[in-house]
Design a protein around this ligand. Structure first.
Ligand SMILES: Cc1cc2nc3c(=O)[nH]c(=O)nc-3n(C[C@H](O)[C@H](O)[C@H](O)COP(=O)(O)OP(=O)(O)OC[C@H]3O[C@@H](n4cnc5c(N)ncnc54)[C@H](O)[C@@H]3O)c2cc1C
Length: 353
């Protein structure tokens, strides 16, 4: 089979890359083995334009937020499935300092993401917020499981999906493409392997730090929240009194097993934020692919221009994947520059990529 691009990995990153390239009239084959890594499956799917810890916009918010909204809306139309919604995010302030910084931020900011509104009286009565609350208007939630299912289904219908593991030893590179096992001939291969990319033989050492995270699903009768609530942990509504509560953050850990410590940490933090009783229903773990400098990684290998990457989305895969897929497609198709701080070539010397 001949194709323009062979995409390895169909998590949040590979799904965005495939849809972006198809929307530009390019052909793709996506190869991804299920049951190997779970980051995109367990993600709460929240995207938030604000970094609450620093009380400022996240990097690239002005481009990434509108793009995420339009991208996932278009993906719903393409796949005829529903998995995305805009959502307000209620911030439970951690102290007086954050509250004061927030009021200054809301007073000065230009875009309309942060709001001077606070949580409703009804919600405030059910949470512990001694320093008050703030509200973010520009966020959203992606049902990541449903999204990936929809994209996979869409690709399968066109025979563009292979549920198998890419063996790097079966990739034969020529100056104009890659031959995979005499079965797939592609002009380029784009690796979207998440944290598993750290050990793939083709690129030696991709600069990703595996960062384990755990979430619990909790039932909270009577909370009736439609917004995401963000404090020492976040709560994202799933419907029927069920919420995702997350997430732990353990850089350097790459096992995907749920742990007692992870559950305890989340339960203790949730108790400090919630004035209602709750029950843990289930627990999940995954490993985020964080760039070594905590910034995403896109671009083309310096030693083999048939190899490209989209990785390093860390905790912000939902927000960043559409923007990164667009930037990488702009680069591959039109030769557009990739911003230096996102280009994987910033690690070329140290990591031989
Ligand atoms: C607990 C937790 C909560 C999170 N919550 C959020 C959140 O609310 N919002 C947010 O934006 N982000 C969140 N994240 C982060 C987000 O999940 C990641 O940014 C994102 O999932 C990374 O996606 P990816 O496609 O790069 O990697 P992955 O999800 O790891 O996908 C890579 C895929 O590639 C496949 N693969 C790899 N190598 C090969 C190969 N050689 N052959 C075939 N297939 C291969 C793997 O099997 C896998 O399916 C969370 C992460 C965790 C762990």
């Amino acid at each position: 089979m001949q194709t323009n691009y062979l995409i390895i990995g169909q998590g949040i990153a590979g799904s965005a890359m495939a849809l972006e390239l198809l929307s530009r009239g390019k052909s793709v084959v996506v190869m991804s083995q299920s049951g190997k890594s779970y980051s995109s499956d367990v993600a709460a799917g929240v995207y938030n334009p604000i970094n609450f810890r620093k009380v400022k916009y996240v990097n690239h918010a002005a481009i990434a937020v509108p793009l995420a909204k339009s991208f996932y809306t278009a993906a719903e139309q393409t796949t005829h499935m529903k998995f995305h919604r805009k959502s307000e995010i209620i911030r439970v302030f951690s102290g007086e300092e954050e509250r004061d910084q927030w009021s200054e931020f809301v007073g000065n900011q230009q875009a309309d993401f942060a709001s001077s509104q606070t949580a409703s009286e009804a919600l405030s009565a059910k949470i512990k917020a001694p320093f008050g609350t703030g509200m973010v208007k520009g966020g959203g939630v992606l049902d990541t499981g449903m999204y990936m299912y929809a994209v996979r289904n869409f690709l399968q219908q066109q025979n563009l999906f292979r549920d198998e593991w890419l063996e790097s030893s079966l990739c034969e590179f020529t100056h104009d493409g890659v031959n995979y096992a005499d079965r797939i001939y592609a002009e380029r291969v784009i690796f979207c392997e998440g944290h598993l990319g750290a050990t793939n033989a083709i690129h030696h050492e991709i600069p990703v730090t595996p960062t384990k995270g755990e979430v619990v699903h909790v039932s909270i009768p009577g909370l009736n929240a439609t917004e995401v609530i963000n404090g020492p942990v976040y709560l994202a509504p799933l419907g029927n009194d069920l919420y995702v509560c997350g997430a732990t953050f353990n850089p350097g850990k790459n096992d995907e097993n749920i742990s007692h410590e992870g559950r305890e940490e989340l339960v203790t933090k949730l108790q400090s934020m919630l004035a209602l009783p709750f029950r843990v229903e289930s627990q999940f773990a995954g490993v985020r692919p964080a760039g070594k400098d905590r910034k995403p990684l896109i671009g083309v290998n310096t030693m083999n221009d048939r190899v490209a990457y989209l990785n390093g989305t860390g905790s912000k895969g939902v927000l960043y994947a559409p923007m990164l897929a667009k930037m990488l497609a702009d680069h591959l198709i039109e030769g557009a520059e990739i911003p230096t701080e996102l280009n994987i070539r910033r690690f070329a010397k140290r990591h031989r990529i």
